[in-house]
Unconditional design. Sequence first.
Length: 61
Amino acid sequence: MNNHLIELNEKIENLKSDLIKVGLQIGLSHPTTVALSQKLDIVIIELQKEQNRTACTKNFP
């Protein structure tokens, strides 16, 4: 796994942890929680795109 994928995975884990903490403290529908969830979604999509690029590069040099 390349460094960028590792960094994205770490960022996702940190955001997930933050999201759980914030959600428990202020509620799941609070704007701060929703914004954090959307940020997590963006990073997950970025990871998926990077994984697809990596897979395509390996399969089709």
